[in-house]
Design a protein around this ligand. Structure first.
Ligand code: DMJ
Length: 469
């Protein structure tokens, strides 16, 4: 019947010489109608195809990594090569992606990644590494791998890494140095970032749980408490940068954004994973201060800006892709309404630029940092919001977002982030979070048949899985 109608229309159009564009529009409408009808008749049809699509894109990236960057930390999708963060590889892409492979049931790829890790990962590296990045990506990846596939190798490697990172905490305040040499234990950079100090407790705490050595949990929790005790007594807000030798803030601007972000995330997630009332109390107080000093409403949309940590006065009205992380934080803290409102704002931002920009001014819509870096936070938020509300429009949204990134970022050597949303230039580096988070959360929301029971899981800031007791 439909086909008949279509051909009838086609004939009519040809006769009346309707332009090619009109024809395309009609054809597109019919196609959308057919797909929608097929999905309504069999909803499983749609979801199965969508989750398979995410898996296909994941495998596409992994195959390019194998071809052009095997053994390196990151894939460079434009120059079709690889690069390392330090003077030796830490197998970042493989370690970060491994649990996503297990979740997606990608057995062949998981075997390849595990072999690469076992053959090449060695922490005897005479270089200064970031305590934060090594923790969220490598320590988190290894511990998640251990919990999912029970191979004790992963735990042994996590313990080795944990031991090598520990000297970072040898400071007068107990707050960690930013960098530590994995071979010598030397440290550097006493000026550290709030999020980098406050985003360790999930991984360190889990290492304590499995190794039986409490030192890891203690140093990481101590860092969180240390940050809390140094918040401004007037506003209760933390700054962005602190001198960990003196305990003095050196950049006194507060926000929920990059540089502070996952500190808040680990207060609530740490409280939940370790049933820690002290962390919960700090989170609850923090939330009140955030609402009081950082939240703005513009045209019925809520945003979070930056403020002077001592006075609470607004310093910037900026928001960006990364800030959507606050939606799952709000959900975990029990504020579903606020989470839904912030989700609307984030979709507004995505729609305005056809992808989430790194930063824009929410008062003027001006683009401030023009790149769009294939970040996970919007998929992550949609997944957790869908979990708590079952709002199926979120699935449609994610499908659209997935299609957009396929169209805009897929290149011959993998996926490349956008350097400038107003132009065509791309960035020649695919961050490992694209596999460990972005595609993982896209898969989770678009998939119906989970391979693991995720009921008791807390996802780390890098998308790794930590099971509650
Ligand atoms: C990830 O590396 C982590 O989520 C980190 O905490 C900050 N955000 C990036 C992804 O955007």
């Amino acid at each position: 019947m439909l086909l008949h109608l279509y051909f009838h229309k086609l004939q009519t159009c040809l006769k009346s010489k309707i332009k090619y564009n009109t024809m395309r529009l009609i054809l597109k409408t019919i196609l959308i109608f057919c797909i929608t009808a097929a999905c309504c008749i069999n909803p499983a049809f749609s979801k199965q195809n969508l989750s398979q699509k995410v898996k296909d894109e994941f495998v596409y990236v992994w195959n390019n990594y194998k071809k052009y960057a095997w053994g390196y930390d990151d894939l460079k999708p434009i120059s079709k090569s690889g690069s390392n963060w330090y003077n030796k590889t830490v197998c970042m892409t493989a370690v970060d992606a491994y649990d996503a492979m297990l979740l997606m049931g990608l057995e062949k790829e998981a075997k390849e990644a595990k072999k690469l890790i076992k053959d090449s990962l060695n922490f005897e590296i005479d270089d200064y590494v970031s305590n934060f990045e090594m923790t969220i990506r490598i320590l988190g990846g290894l511990l998640s791998a251990y919990q999912l596939d029970n191979d004790v190798y992963f735990l042994r490697m996590a313990e080795d890494l944990g031991q090598r990172l520990l000297p970072a905490f040898n400071s007068p305040t107990g707050l960690p140095y930013r960098y530590v040499n994995l071979k010598t234990g030397d440290t550097r950079d006493a000026i550290n970032v709030t999020s980098e100090i406050g985003t360790l407790v999930l991984e360190y705490g889990t290492l304590s749980k499995f190794s039986g050595n409490p030192v890891y949990f203690n140093v990481a929790k101590n860092a969180l408490i240390g940050l809390n005790s140094r918040k401004d007594p007037n506003t209760g807000l933390p700054g962005l940068l602190i001198d960990i030798e003196t305990g003095e803030w050196v950049f006194k601007e507060s926000s929920i954004s990059g540089g502070i972000d996952s500190y808040y995330e680990y207060l609530i997630k740490g409280a939940m994973l370790f049933k820690d009332q002290e962390l919960l109390k700090i989170y609850d107080e923090s939330k009140k201060n955030i609402e009081k000093y950082l939240c703005d409403t513009v045209d019925n949309r809520i945003w979070y800006g930056a403020a002077n940590m001592q006075t609470g006065t607004r310093t910037r009205t900026e928001f960006g892709a990364i800030d959507a992380y606050y939606i799952p934080v709000l959900l975990l803290g029990g504020d579903t309404v606020k989470a839904q409102n912030l989700m609307k704002s984030c979709f507004y931002m995505w729609d305005y630029y056809s992808m989430s920009p790194e930063k824009f001014n929410y008062m003027t819509n001006e683009l401030l940092i023009k790149s769009s870096e294939l970040r996970p936070e919007l998929f992550e938020s949609a997944y957790f919001l869908w979990q708590s509300t079952q709002d199926s429009s979120l699935i449609t949204r994610c499908e659209d977002m997935l299609n957009t990134i396929i169209i805009k970022c897929k290149v011959l050597g993998g996926y490349a982030p956008i350097a400038d949303l107003l132009g065509n230039k791309k960035i020649d580096l695919l961050n490992s979070y694209f596999l460990s988070e972005t595609l993982k959360y896209a898969f989770l929301i678009l998939n119906d048949e989970p391979t693991f029971d995720l009921e008791n899981v807390i996802f780390s800031t890098q998308g790794h899985l930590f099971f509650k007791d």
